[in-house]
Design a protein around this ligand. Structure first.
Ligand SMILES: [Zn+2]
Length: 268
């Protein structure tokens, strides 16, 4: 008796009506985070309904297509809607910007871009940290999945979420599944993943509404700050959208330390 493979039970169940096929898969770099442990960092056989699209097959293995930048089938680049029919060798690569390619030559020049984000409802603490760094972040705790997807499409924003399901929406083309759970670690993860250290402009954005801060005439804001603040401070900034007033008060040093902590290079 030979030892059964992981797919033995599927063959044995006898309930499959659609023809089955299998191919050899290999996922690279952080795409392995989505795979079952025994499938990480190695080639493995996987069974799928024949035929299945590249996209459906990859997602059935647990990897949202938004995390994937390049799929090679038998060594040739293929599209998500190309079909697999069995017997292929499939190599799946993550979005290049997220590869650790510090020791490799870049395959293409870095595109000039301004990344903008829309965050899932559970990431409020992350939203404040990213706005503190000056990043453009839409966040509301009452958005549904459909609204988040629509905002992402309409405004060309990258979805950040802890929910892999939302990244599997067919229309979503930019997204990142957050590995970290601690808000500081999440902010560092975003900076690393999208290589944003040079794109941050701390203290330029409203933490509450994402509006841009502009210098404010002290005379125009004194009636909206505590009396002592109006006496002690002479430089104010004001959100262009919600009119909230900011000044470098006692919380400022703490926020500066937080910024420094979020932007520091990781050890090693
Ligand atoms: Zn505001």
């Amino acid at each position: 008796m030979t030892v059964a493979s992981g797919d033995w039970n599927h063959h044995d169940a006898g309930v499959m009506t659609q023809p089955q096929a299998s191919s050899i898969f290999r996922f690279y770099a952080e795409l392995n985070d989505f795979l079952k442990r025994e499938r990480r960092g190695r080639e493995f056989d996987a069974v799928f309904a024949n035929p299945s699209s590249v996209k459906d097959t990859i997602e059935a293995l647990g990897v949202p297509h938004t995390e994937v930048d390049l799929v090679l089938v038998n060594g040739k680049p293929r599209r998500f809607d190309d079909l697999l029919r069995g017997g292929e060798r499939v190599s799946v690569y993550p979005v290049f910007e997220r590869l650790d390619i510090s020791e490799l030559n870049r395959l293409r020049p870095r595109p000039l871009r301004t990344l903008r984000f829309v965050l899932d409802v559970h990431l409020g603490q992350l939203a404040r940290r990213l706005r503190l760094l000056g990043l453009d972040v839409v966040y509301r705790n009452d958005l549904g999945d459909e609204e988040i997807v629509q905002i992402a499409l309409a405004q060309k924003r990258t979805i950040l979420t802890r929910d892999k399901g939302i990244l599997k929406h067919r229309v979503v083309d930019r997204g990142h599944w957050m590995r970290a759970t601690d808000p500081d670690a999440q902010a560092r993860e975003v900076i690393e993943a999208f290589d944003l250290r040079g794109s941050c402009a701390p203290f330029t954005r409203c933490l509450e509404c994402n509006g841009i801060l502009a210098d404010a005439d002290p005379g125009g804001v004194v009636d909206r700050v505590p009396e002592q603040v109006a006496r002690d401070f002479h430089h104010f900034r004001e959100c262009r959208d919600c009119r909230r007033v900011y000044w470098p008060g006692s919380h400022y040093d703490r926020l500066r330390q937080r910024v420094a902590g979020l932007l520091e290079l990781p050890p090693g």
